[in-house]
Design a protein around this ligand. Structure first.
Ligand code: GLA
Length: 333
């Protein structure tokens, strides 16, 4: 009996010692800080990548990312309440509708959550950008890159402006989308392309390939006479939608120059054996938008360091022959 008790005591103390050394077992340590990351289109590679890089920051600093897909307003508000109930301290969000801004701010406050918007900037009831910490892309500048790349390629192919039309597919209510389309338009016009041959196709709802195909088809029934088409848009998805709609009307790669924004969705066309109308894309950085926003939020919560009010990120032009190398460098494969 005596020996049994001694052995038991030894076992208990060894177990206790081992338990104490086990860093992954956090039961005695402080609970990890929880940060929400809500996105409007979880199936889009851009947002998958943002999540992936937010997780990288979480691994580095030892916090937890709660990832939530919220494609409409109701889901957004429920998600914020859930984050509050789970004891999260803040969240990053790309909202499905920028006009939800005031409601999101109020709900974050009610749940005592810090708030950071990414990609799509909240719009107040006055239609102006809201005073919320934000990271987006340099939309007009990136739009300019798109327009210039299209104009250069059009010049190389020797297309006549009189036989060519341009379509810009985007979400008109969304500032970052409108600025991207305006930027592309500006550069096309600066290169001598007639403004009245540039048609804007508004997407209803979220910018996906399917909604973009619908927008492009409406536009194409109204403008039937162009031999060649230039395609730009809010993202890769919208440009691919334009290209698919053109293909449906027998207008193929030889008569299409499409330049996307994003890179990860559009590269699928470059993996196909035969080129499509998807000529190039401006690769933007989900690493910065995922990792840095999560890092900002963590430091804000844990160390009281307030993030910069606004950050706007750049892009780099990629094509069928360069994308693999550039994307590898940016840890996007
Ligand atoms: C918007 C678009 C996305 C992506 C991001 C980048 O949210 O819908 O496809 O381009 O901007 O900021």
């Amino acid at each position: 009996m005596w020996r049994f008790t001694l052995t038991l005591a030894a076992l208990v103390s060894i177990a206790g010692f081992l338990g104490g050394c086990d860093k992954s077992k956090q039961s005695d340590g402080p609970e990890k800080i929880k940060i929400g990351f809500i996105v409007k289109q979880a199936e889009e590679p851009w947002f998958q990548n943002e999540w992936k890089f937010a997780d990288r920051a979480a691994e580095k600093y030892g916090f937890e990312v709660i990832k939530i897909a919220a494609p409409d307003g109701e889901k957004v508000l429920t998600a914020i309440d859930n984050l509050g109930a789970q004891g999260a301290k803040g969240f990053i969000i790309c909202t499905p509708d920028v006009r939800l801004g005031p409601a999101i701010v109020a709900r974050a406050k009610a749940n005592d959550l810090k708030l950071f918007s990414v990609d799509d900037r909240f719009e107040g009831s006055d239609g102006k950008p809201m005073d919320v910490h934000h990271m987006g892309i340099s939309a007009r500048k990136i739009g300019n890159m798109v327009g210039k790349s299209i104009a250069d390629e059009m010049g190389k192919r020797g297309w006549k402006a009189s036989e060519t039309a341009a379509m810009g597919i985007g979400v008109v209510e969304l500032d970052t989308s409108r600025e991207r389309l305006e930027g592309a338009t500006e550069s096309l016009v600066a290169a001598g392309f007639p403004k009245n041959q540039i048609y804007i196709g508004p997407i209803r709802g979220l910018a996906e390939v399917s909604t973009a195909i619908d927008a492009a088809n409406i536009l194409l029934t109204q403008h039937t006479d162009a031999k060649n088409w230039l395609v730009f848009g809010v993202n890769d998805e919208s440009v691919l939608g334009g290209i698919r709609a053109l293909e449906g009307r027998g207008i193929d790669a030889k008569h299409t120059i499409g330049v996307g924004i994003g890179g990860s969705t559009g590269k699928v066309d470059w993996e196909k054996e035969n080129p499509t109308g998807f000529f190039a894309a401006v690769l933007i950085s989900p690493k910065r938008h995922g990792y840095e926003t999560a890092e900002y939020m963590y430091k804000w919560i844990a160390e009281g360091i307030e993030p910069p009010k606004t950050t706007f990120t750049d892009g780099v032009l990629i094509k069928r022959d360069t994308y693999k190398q550039v994307m590898k460098e940016q840890e996007l494969e």
